[in-house]
Write a new protein. Sequence first.
Length: 254
Amino acid sequence: LVLPAAPDLPRLRAAEDCTIVDQPTIAAILERSLEWKTGTAAKHTIRTYRDGLRHFSEFLSMSGINTFEETADALPASILEEWIVWCRKRPMHRSGRPLGPASVQTYFYAVSDCFKWATRRKLVPERFRWAEMAANAAETLGKLYSRSARHDRRVPLLVAYVDNLPMPTQGTRGANLEVKRLELLRDRALLHLLLSSGMRREEVLTLNRVDVEDGWATSAVIIGKGSKERTVFWDTETQLALRAYLEARTDPYP
């Protein structure tokens, strides 16, 4: 049995007591905060945060800050407020229009999370009083008003359409007949499951045979957004569609 190497606790304590804290460059702070976030967030969240931090780096570059050479001492305490104002005016490369309110808010979460992480680790100046800094930035950002989700009554028509598609026969052109049949059964099972359970696409893709009990289950425990566990349920039609698909499979894949 090989035990993992234990940390040098006296050295860590001495480093914490040291009044002079090593100040990394701004680019290093952004990269290190993203690495930290990678261990706690989903891949789509990481991609969004990476986009937000890249957008922030572009703002700093255009403002005359070399993120690869300068530390956070080069930034004013109002940096988040200035960046929000800039975001609302900066035209995007593709559309030529500024970021929408929802996008600005999402990017703000990414950048403010980075500063919050850096503040806890004393990688930014003490004049960055985080509570005041975040409150001022949130005031500048304002409240985003959005409508709650509306159910589209046409969605069930998609399921009905796939349910009414004829099963491929010998006269079907293209790929192997068995593959075509499995694809249709798979599509029926997926659409029924999405509609009936309310699961997100990524959540459905994490399910395996054991989770759905080879088509006999009417519920499953999943790990959803925010790494939170919850139980989802589906109706009898979905159960039958899942079972039909899995019983038609002849492979051993889980």
